[in-house]
Design a protein around this ligand. Structure first.
Ligand code: F6P
Length: 354
């Protein structure tokens, strides 16, 4: 009997359990034995796994988080060898790695070593190259939109500026969608730095036209023109990322000083990753899971499942990888490319500024 293994790596994300269920149910039908490694790549390094059968994946479709646990483990070259050995010892004939650009960069390194791996693009940030959408994004957008809807009440009642900080790392996708859907008066994205003067001009313009409040939707990775990103700590994580956070508070103080209007900040944080996934994320996650098993059955390893229009297809991970400088070591490394918000999409948000 062929054995298929699953792991979930990186930040948790709504819809992970839908993928685990989709993979398991399809793989069982296809005659595979299925196992799940616990806590991302850490579980494969340690050989920490659980069997997955129909009963283990029952009743999980609507749950946030991941029944397998996750971690931001970035294996060293030696640990990649441990992974290869463990997979061989366990008789794993296909490994499905569900994760964002970090987890999938590791999948690509393993593929180069001949490991039969397939990637599945997960992240609320929606910033993975090679797919029209990642699962988890839709839920995060809905949560952020609801938050903006709710903030309108207080902003209007107290004649305040409310600055809401939204996740997404260096990509503004969640902020763009939620900003448009929630009717934010200013939308600030990492891809398009702006000056404080221009931001305050919009807010003062609203005031001059009789609007007593403003909602500013700001992506955590937004930079004021000429400045760097705002971070919570200077430390880099295992994949060389800074921990973003604090831009809303910073902007809030600056806006209040410049406009004289009482301003408050709200950070949505991990609320955006938690709770029940939307129907769309469960649907997309299920389709990704089923397609990943179909690719394994066809022996098409080294592929990432991807949404192209309304089709779910396989895309070679190698075609998505590019060389970058590792911020931790200063050495070149291969990592999955990112997808940014385009200028023409941002133009749509700008129509509604003010
Ligand atoms: O990549 C998903 C994400 O939620 C980002 O939007 C955010 O910057 C980051 O993860 C936060 O990571 P952590 O949960 O490790 O603080």
């Amino acid at each position: 009997m062929q054995k298929l293994a699953i792991l979930t790596g990186g930040g948790d994300c709504p819809g992970l359990n839908a993928v685990i269920r989709g993979v398991t149910r399809k793989a069982l039908l296809a005659g595979y034995e299925v196992i799940g490694f616990r806590n991302g790549w850490a579980g494969v390094i340690k050989g920490d796994w659980i069997p997955l059968d129909r009963s283990r994946v029952a009743g999980i479709l609507h749950l946030g988080g991941t029944i397998l646990g996750s971690s931001r483990t970035n294996p060293t070259e030696e640990q990649l060898t441990d992974i290869q050995n463990n997979l061989q010892k366990l008789g794993v004939t296909a490994l499905i790695a569900i994760g964002g650009d970090d987890t999938l960069s590791v999948a690509s390194r393993l593929h180069k070593r001949g490991v039969p791996v397939i990637g599945c693009p997960k992240t609320i940030d929606n910033d993975i190259a090679g797919t029209d959408q990642t699962f988890g994004f839709d839920t995060a957008v809905n949560i952020a939109t609801e938050a903006i809807d709710r903030l309108h009440t207080t902003a209007e009642a107290h004649s305040r500026v409310l600055v809401v900080e939204i996740m997404g790392r260096q990509a503004g996708w969640i902020t763009l969608y939620a900003g448009i859907a929630g009717g934010a008066d200013v939308v600030l994205l990492p891809e398009f730095p702006m000056t404080l003067t221009d931001i305050c001009k919009i807010i003062k313009g609203r005031q001059a036209s009789g609007k007593n409040f403003s909602i500013v939707a700001v992506a955590e990775g937004f930079k004021l023109e000429g400045e760097d990103v705002t971070t919570q700590t200077k430390e880099l994580d295992a994949f060389g990322h800074v921990r973003l956070g604090g831009i809303a508070e910073r902007l809030c103080k600056l806006i209040e000083k410049e406009t004289g209007i009482e301003s408050r900040s709200v950070v949505l944080g991990h609320v955006q990753r938690g709770g029940t996934p939307t129907a769309y994320d469960r649907y997309l996650g299920t389709r990704y899971g089923v397609k990943a098993v179909e690719l394994a059955q066809a022996g098409q390893f080294g592929q990432m499942v991807s949404l192209k229009g309304t089709d779910v297809v396989g895309v070679p991970i190698d075609s998505l990888v590019k060389e970058v400088v590792d911020k931790k070591t200063g050495k070149p490394k291969l990592r999955l490319g990112n997808r940014s918000v385009s200028a023409d999409l941002y133009e749509i948000a700008k129509i509604f500024f003010g």
